[in-house]
Design a protein around this ligand. Structure first.
Ligand code: ZN
Length: 442
């Protein structure tokens, strides 16, 4: 593969932050033993080091990640930082992080430059509507519908206050449509599953809706189904933004469709999978954050896989940092084919979302070689659809796959507030079994 382009400044930042962390911070001092040192390239040095997972965050939080001269209690008192808990999904434990709003905003602003629509529309004072699970962002009110003013905050409007979109009534969805027309957001940021649900309602009832300048999908893996359903209603460009509480904004989809690394805000390291599991172009992403004086996050395992663009070029002309063809989905959404090879959520999605006229799906793998696909569809010829779905599953998982197709009226999000499109119901082996090279451990 062609190596990505990295600026001198990027290499310098990568070097400075590593040198500082391993010499000064408790969470990283043990890394000194693995560091091959200054005689090696910065990429070689990073590649030789362990990774940080939620486990290490819990064990070293907060002081192991904060410079000694920074007083965490004072920082909270002064409003410079606060502690946030990430919404733990069923797969992983919850973790507390240091939240630095100033740094977060800078990371977001930098990411906007990676898409020409965002760069034009996002001024920092632009009106932005947000359609996400209230469990993740905004104010929860499952019992009572909140009035418009109660869901406004600065330049933001939270369109949804519910934790389960299946509780949306037609009145509530009509309200969302009306409010988009009143608020006229430049940007609409959404959980793709939530916006897709609203769009199915709009399409079915032939409603008209205000067209924002740009739709940004975040929080969840955007399925091709989501893009399709949203594209039927909105002519606005829809793109994917990728990041996490720990790492800020990591990747942004450009107007030409590929994802670019937010090199101003973070360093990205890439651990390829073994060939039989999708490597060398598909691999795990590790993120090192830049310029956050309160919280040093190095080689954090974001839990997602990505597929690198083989030529590391994009029609948009941007060439700084990694160019990613597609995000492949989370480790927790991986399933295994009948030969035991990894199937990423994106691979599954590419096949299943091709089924004609389905609204939603979820794939569960209860045991090796066994696959249960839940489908929501308004098709009348369910027998035919069932046969098509079984064929699809065998295409992906192998001829010996034992399949079951279950039709549902609707699917619900996980306890985390997000939809899981795929998962195994048994514990997976360690991710190390799938990576091309072993990761160092302390
Ligand atoms: Zn591009």
């Amino acid at each position: 593969m062609k190596q990505p382009d990295f600026s001198k400044e990027y290499i310098q930042k990568s070097t400075d932050i590593l040198d500082y962390a391993i010499n000064n911070l408790g969470a990283y001092k043990g890394w000194q033993a693995f560091d091959p040192g200054a005689g090696h390239s910065i990429d070689e040095r990073y590649a030789a080091l362990p990774v940080i997972t939620k486990k290490e965050i819990r064990e070293n939080f907060p002081q192991g990640f904060v410079p000694a001269e920074k007083d965490v209690e004072k920082g909270i008192e002064n409003g410079d930082i606060n502690f946030v808990k990430t919404s733990g999904s069923s797969d992983a434990f919850r973790v507390t992080n240091i939240w630095n709003q100033h740094w977060w905003d800078a990371s977001e602003v930098a990411s906007w430059q990676l898409n020409s629509h965002a760069a034009r529309l996002a001024t920092g004072s632009h009106p932005e509507a947000i359609l996400v699970n209230a469990r993740n962002v905004g104010i929860i009110s499952d019992e009572v519908d909140l009035p418009f003013e109660k869901r406004r905050l600065g330049r933001f409007l939270y369109l949804n206050e519910k934790t389960d979109p299946n509780a949306w009534t037609p009145q509530l969805m009509n309200r969302m449509i009306e409010e988009l027309g009143i608020f006229k957001p430049d940007l609409l940021e959404a959980n793709p599953s939530f916006l897709a649900k609203l769009c199915r309602y709009i399409a079915e009832n032939k409603k008209r809706v205000f067209q924002p300048g740009l739709i940004v999908f975040t929080y969840e893996f955007p399925s091709r189904l989501h893009f399709k359903q949203v594209g039927k209603v909105f002519k606005s460009p829809a793109i994917s933004s990728y990041g996490s509480t720990e790492t800020g904004y990591v990747l942004m989809q450009c107007e030409a469709g590929k994802l670019h690394q937010n090199t101003k805000s973070c360093r990205l390291d890439f651990q390829p999978l073994k060939k039989e599991h999708g490597g060398p172009y598909t691999g795990r992403m590790l993120v090192t954050t830049f310029d956050n004086p309160w919280y040093y996050m190095l080689r954090f395992d974001v839990g997602d896989f990505a597929r690198l663009d083989e030529k590391q070029t994009c029609a948009c002309g941007r060439h700084d940092g990694y160019i990613i063809s597609e995000v492949e989905g989370r480790w927790t959404n991986v399933t295994l084919d009948t030969a035991g090879h990894m199937v990423t959520l994106n691979q599954l999605d590419r096949a299943v979302s091709n089924l004609k006229d389905i609204d939603e799906y979820r794939l569960e793998q209860p045991a090796e070689g066994v696959y249960r696909l839940f489908l929501v569809s308004r098709r009348k010829d369910k027998d035919k659809l069932l046969k098509e779905a079984e064929d699809k599953l065998r295409e992906i998982y192998g001829k010996q796959a034992k399949t079951e197709i279950i039709f549902e009226a609707q699917l619900a999000p996980e306890d985390s507030g997000k939809y899981a499109l795929a998962k195994t119901l048994f514990p997976m082996k360690s991710i190390e079994e799938y990576l091309a090279k072993a990761t160092k451990t302390l």
